[in-house]
Design a protein around this ligand. Structure first.
Ligand SMILES: [Zn+2]
Length: 176
């Protein structure tokens, strides 16, 4: 998991104000997640951070493509992603309650000095992709060979009607 340790933002040493960080998210990133829907990606991540006295405000801009499988013909499609997510990071206080935490607000212990963004990136990307990817979403036609096979599979009766008449004769002879 050492590779994933690079996806961290060391905020403790930063001065108050604006900062920017860049990351790449590709196949190697997703190779650590066996159950991720996305396995292949070529994404650039820009993190804009504003450090304030009591919290951090972050904007994640994620741009690039992910490889998905068409739900109809199973061929691979290069799906473009462009998303922006915002997150506020607050620090634990004495009377902190878990309810303060949600998708847009993260609460860190006062002892923390860096923010691990692996889980955030993983979730942002996997949530942003379509549930049923299809070739037409990227203006591509489904694989014609595969479509032929799928259509035959779906209508077994029809394909029987198209049996070579000579076979049909043989069948009758056999049955007699
Ligand atoms: Zn397709």
């Amino acid at each position: 998991m050492e590779y994933l340790d690079t996806y961290k933002i060391p905020f403790a040493g930063l001065e108050l104000g604006r900062h920017e960080f860049e990351f790449k998210v590709n196949d190697k990133f997703f190779s650590f997640f066996e159950y991720s829907i996305v396995q292949k990606a070529n994404l650039e991540v820009m993190v804009k951070l504003v450090k304030q006295e009591t919290m951090l405000l972050l904007t994640f801009q994620i741009e690039g493509t992910v490889m998905l499988q068409c739900d109809t013909c199973l061929s691979e499609i290069e799906y473009p992603l462009s998303l922006e997510e915002q997150l506020a990071v607050k620090f634990e206080r004495e009377n902190w309650s878990e309810e303060e935490e949600n998708d847009e607000v993260m609460v860190l212990s006062n002892q923390e000095h860096e923010l691990n963004i692996v889980k955030l990136l993983y979730d942002y990307i996997n949530v942003a992709i379509p549930y049923y990817p299809k070739c037409e979403m990227v203006d591509k036609a489904c694989d014609p060979e595969m479509m032929k096979i799928i259509r035959q599979d779906l209508s077994p009766n029809k394909s029987e009607e198209n049996i070579d008449p000579r076979w049909e004769k043989l069948k009758r002879i056999k049955n007699n």
